[in-house]
Design a binder for this molecule. Sequence first.
Ligand SMILES: *Cc1c(COP(=O)(O)O)cnc(C)c1O
Length: 353
Amino acid sequence: MSRFLSARGQRLSVYTPGEQPRERRYIKLNTNESPFPPAPAVLEALQPGTLAGLRLYCDPECRELKRCLAAQYGLSPSEVFVGNGSDEALNFAFMAFGEDSIAYPDISYGFYPVFAALHGLKGIELPLLKDFSVPLALAQAQRCPVVLANPNAPTGIALPLCSIRQLLESDRERLLIVDEAYVDFGVESAVSLIPEFDNLLVVQTFSKSRSMAGARLGYALGQERLIEDLERVKYATNPYNVNALTQLLGIKTLENQAYYDACCRIIIENRAWTEAQLRALGFEVLPSGANFVFAAPPKGSAAALYEALKAQGILVRYFPRARTERYLRITIGTREEMSALVDALRALLQRTL
Ligand SMILES: *Cc1c(COP(=O)(O)O)cnc(C)c1O
């Protein structure tokens, strides 16, 4: 760091993204991207005329994109916020709604404690129960905003909608932020509860189920007043937060929902296949509602397996913390990729006999 870095800058905690190596081709199962390209119509959207339009600022209100998202979810455009990835929507939500503390599970998305620290909030960690499920009674006891990833990451475990409803009803003065980055892989969304609850904000993304991680597009859905608050933070930070190309690609994506639904169905099938294969190899596999599985090998260390897979060109994710160190988080890719992974694991486990 330079000698000019402020004390505030020095105190920042930072998020460590999963590896995005460029030096060799990996079977990349480490950051929960889609193995499928965007829909053909999305690929065709970037014409020279579109690029020429870049001389103009983009629409800061993202009107057309909000209209399409609102139509997809049966909401009004005033109930939609769009951000530069859902990370930005979450960041703005922490900034807008965090007073002195904010609560989230102790094992969850690694950005929550970083955002809490960034905004000077005390992060209250809710310890997951023994089976890695969310401690609902403890969540209900909080007065501050609660953030839940549903399904949770890196466990993949999902809460049923009735539990979300119960949490919302237990204190209507407490805001619940549900991060649904993985909701499209077979889990019930809380969006249907928005008309009933003004203390609910649902955050989703184009990064996982819609093959657009590199375009950076996420959104938050909630009643109009909540969305106004997020817009307030946006206009204090970065009014042109979603660039023109990404807005266009987002609209084209929503026009091709059937393609993405088909991709999600394949991922769900491949997930079931992978779970069965891993269990047959003796792995403990947590029940997943996401496009990844969290699995512990029957013997040897997960850290060593992670390294051995990487040396063979297969990248997965390893979280070296007390309760997660026995597990690997493995993104679900194509059937070919998952076969290669299972074959590699089988061979590695035999070697350590
Ligand atoms: C991937 C992920 C995000 C971030 O998604 P972006 O839209 O790419 O910023 C947010 N929350 C969870 C739980 C995630 O896994």
